[in-house]
Design a protein around this ligand. Structure first.
Ligand SMILES: Nc1ncnc2c1ncn2[C@@H]1O[C@H](COP(=O)(O)OP(=O)(O)O)[C@@H](O)[C@H]1O
Ligand SMILES: [Mg+2]
Length: 414
């Protein structure tokens, strides 16, 4: 029997856990759109591995099984506004999206500075936007349509502007269109550069995907083991599933795959040696994953900052205000564990960099001002890595640093 867990393959998990709140909001939008009341786009935001793609696919399947039209856009395949207009026009004509020719981005002659510094030819963009709006209008004219854009943080700014303006125009004219964008935590600043204002009006359609909680997380691992192999997962193993993965969806799949492989085919429960074997395998995969993340942080000159933010986060109970994170980054930079960077980053740039890497993000469930870890256990790994392999005095140096003390002292704890 093939192992149904496929971590990182982009395929749907064998058991989809949780996300009820997010799907509830989506269902509400769709049922309103069917009645001609369009609420506007939804956005799914989270660091890598948190389940954006899988949730988006779930939404796609819902609309398809309901007989609606689905149009999926891949930002890396749409280099220009005119490529977007062509793609949508094809979709209208053929009833499905055709692969588009890769267009070279033309240098706009005599254009005006637009969209966060990029040059754009306003007239052409307006024309492309009109065409996009017209196509989207037709796509959603016959019935409910879903426009799904994964990796939306990769949308070129002018393409994103055209899409958002066109989407809004089509929707205002009564097209039954629901758009869902999914992307990493830099999605909001990226969209802001497009000079569009829709983000402030999203309300609960802005979904910051959380780690999976308790029963939802355990079910993602335990249900396929039980349903497909008849393997029981007892309370002790349930607790281990939570403590080993923290409910991080990617790790849940990795652990599921390891448990599946570790149990003998005729087993109906997990013997201690099978659990130990799975835990060992899981640990190896996790170490590789962490090491890649550490390398990425190192490449960006952010290891010292990450180390100090992790330490401050621990002291402050798992969440930091941006100001505190900035102070910690300054202190971390001074540790000297990173190679010198050509441009010395400011503390704000370091916090943005850590957010882009998904090390921390504004994913606090109730307070958007608070930065929380992308993967809590990665913080621990970074602390150990820096202390063990780069500088075993880093902790002491940090404790003596005035900025770090201020970061941890700032009176109001998040
Ligand atoms: N709700 C979920 N229940 C179970 N597994 C999930 C869930 N969401 C994601 N996963 C698994 O976690 C991994 C990462 O999911 P993915 O959607 O690719 O994340 P992202 O797009 O945020 O990087 C995949 O292996 C996926 O199958
Ligand atoms: Mg994804």
């Amino acid at each position: 029997m093939d192992n149904p867990f496929n971590p990182g393959s982009g395929t749907a998990p064998p058991h989809f856990g949780g996300r009820n709140g997010d799907l509830h909001v989506f269902d509400r939008c769709v049922s309103k759109a069917k009645k001609g009341i369009m609420e506007g786009p939804m956005v799914l935001v989270a660091p890598r591995g948190q389940g954006k793609t899988v949730l988006l696919r779930r939404m796609v399947e819902k609309v398809m099984s309901d007989g609606g039209t689905v149009l999926e856009l891949v930002p890396s395949e749409i280099p220009t506004p005119s490529a977007l207009a062509v793609k949508l026009a094809h979709a209208v004509r053929s009833g499905e999206g055709l692969p588009i020719r890769r267009e070279r981005r033309k240098k706009a002659k005599g254009g005006v500075p637009l969209l966060g510094g990029e040059m754009g030819d306003v007239t052409h963009m307006e024309m492309d936007m009109g065409s996009v709006a017209e196509s989207l209008g037709k796509i959603g004219a016959g019935g409910m349509a879903l426009l799904a854009v994964d990796e939306a943080h990769e949308l070129p700014l002018d393409v994103g502007w055209c899409l958002l303006q066109g989407e809004q125009k089509a929707r205002v004219q009564g097209t039954r269109l629901q758009t869902v964008f999914a992307g990493t935590p830099d999605l909001e600043p990226h969209f802001q550069k497009m000079r569009v204002t829709f983000w402030s009006r999203l309300h609960d359609r802005e979904r910051r995907l959380q780690l999976l909680e308790g029963d939802d997380a355990v079910a993602a691992v335990a249900c396929p083991l039980k349903d497909e192999r008849g393997l029981d997962v007892d309370d002790a193993l349930r607790q281990r599933i939570m403590s080993m993965t923290s409910g991080y969806p990617y790790f849940l799949q990795v652990l599921g795959a390891s448990l599946w492989d570790a149990a003998p085919m005729d087993a109906t429960a997990f013997a201690p040696d099978a659990v130990a074997l799975a835990a060992k395998q899981f640990q190896v995969t996790k170490e590789f994953y962490y090491q890649k993340r550490v390398d990425e942080l190192g490449d960006k000159g952010l290891l010292g900052a990450a180390f100090a933010v992790a330490a401050a986060c621990e002291t402050k109970g798992g969440a930091l205000l941006r100001q505190q994170a900035q102070l910690a980054c300054q202190a971390g930079k001074r540790l000297g564990v990173d190679d010198a960077q050509p441009l010395s980053p400011t503390s704000a740039q370091m916090v943005d960099g850590l957010t882009q890497q998904g090390f921390v993000w504004h994913g606090h469930p109730t307070n958007p001002r608070h930065l929380v870890p992308g993967i809590p256990s990665l913080m621990h790994y970074v602390r150990q890595y820096v202390a063990e392999s780069l500088d075993d005095t880093a902790d002491d140096a940090l404790c003596r640093d005035e900025d770090f003390s201020r970061a941890c002292r700032t009176s109001r704890s998040p």
